[in-house]
Design a protein around this ligand. Structure first.
Ligand code: SAH
Length: 342
């Protein structure tokens, strides 16, 4: 095992057989220590923070895994107004956040012009900040407008790079090709692009994961977000089991070794599946955390899966708590804008 970990550390790539072994590796000390070393070369012991603003839980899509899917009639829907969003950003700014991530379901209520005016105003109020959008699949022209309005980054997980698997997670109206095309368009427009996938989603095989890694090698994203699949009781996948935290941590380490420059969050899903998930993600090679800046009264409604954390160190107000947690494992939470070091 040590040989293949060294090979991945030195070459940043590995054959399928080696990757398959690492996905299942149980003695992870060496894997994680190499991943930490790799991350330290580019980022030292810095952990970047991003303020997550969940702008709307309305969604036109019907992804089988997702709690805010269109057909979930049990959910109370909300959407933030422009003023709400600007207030969240102002509050985040005074707490020390320098990146705001606006994430939401695919909510057709917001026109492109409205998204642009929100982005534009955040950038005008806080020129030293980055704005990241994560609002799903849009025409290239819309992405262009957001970029011109000042958006810097875009997160759009590909979810799975296996076409058969994609069709088991999504209704027929959605396609992997469209998802990929969006990612290529975002790259072409000059965004810093984030992609990623769920670990342990229903019907996922290890071969699917190899395809995910190969697709990311092609895309060369700036950010890579992964987290365990967690079931939601009002979705078709309510009886499916959750993804494995260990497999997720192994994949974070593999991603760090393949993409030394990448910004890799220790995600909310990881923190939700285990009380120590957040720290373990960092110790496996992640270097970003994304606490929640949404108004408190809507936080529980952005319910992608059951058990999603929205308090404690998930909440942006608890930045000090997060900082001391990171300090206790040898890391320093920093407030700089944290662009990718490619
Ligand atoms: N509408 C946006 C944002 C989606 S929510 C978009 O399409 O990009 C952000 C991410 O949460 C998704 O990309 C998905 O990977 C993850 N997610 C959704 N449901 C989940 C679940 N049940 N378990 C774990 N992660 C989930």
């Amino acid at each position: 095992m040590k040989n293949i970990i060294d090979e991945l550390y030195n070459e940043n790539t590995l054959n399928d057989d080696g990757l398959l072994q690492l996905i299942d590796c149980t003695n992870t000390d060496y894997l994680f220590s190499r991943a930490e070393k790799q991350r330290k070369k580019y980022y030292g012991n810095k952990v970047y923070i991003r303020g997550l603003i969940e702008i709307s839980n309305h969604c036109k899509n019907n992804c089988f895994y997702c709690g805010i899917r269109r057909d979930n009639t049990s959910l109370t829907r909300y959407r933030l107004t422009k003023e709400d969003i600007l207030t969240c950003a102002d509050e985040g700014y005074s707490l020390g956040f320098r990146t705001f991530v606006l994430q939401g379901g695919e909510d057709l209520h917001y026109s492109d012009e409205e998204i642009c005016s929100i982005v534009y105003e955040i950038k005008e109020n806080h020129p030293d900040c980055a704005v990241t959008l994560s609002i799903g699949e849009k025409p290239k022209e819309s992405y262009r407008m957001y970029k011109n309005a000042g958006a810097d980054r875009y997160l759009l997980r590909h979810e799975t790079a296996d076409i058969m698997h994609y069709s088991k997670l999504h209704p027929e109206s959605m396609s992997l090709d469209t998802r990929k095309e969006c990612l290529w368009n975002l790259k072409e427009l000059g965004y810093q692009v984030g992609s990623g996938f769920m670990v342990g989603s229903p019907y996922q095989t290890k071969e699917c994961l190899i395809k995910d890694l190969r697709f990311l090698e092609e895309l060369q994203p700036d950010m890579i977000g992964i987290g365990p699949f967690l079931p939601h009781c009002d979705t078709p996948f309510k009886n499916e089991s959750a993804g494995s935290i260990d497999r997720c941590l192994n994949l974070i380490a593999i991603l760090r070794l393949m993409f030394p420059y990448a910004l890799i969050p220790s995600t909310t899903a990881l923190a939700s599946i285990s009380p120590t998930g957040r720290e373990r993600g960092i110790l496996a090679g992640a270097n970003v955390v994304m606490p929640n800046l949404s108004p408190e009264n809507v936080r529980s409604l952005y319910s992608l899966y059951n058990g999603k954390l929205s308090t404690g160190s998930e909440a942006a107000q608890a930045k000090e708590e997060l900082s001391s947690l990171m300090k206790s494992i040898g890391y320093e939470v920093v407030t700089d804008i944290g662009n990718v070091k490619k």
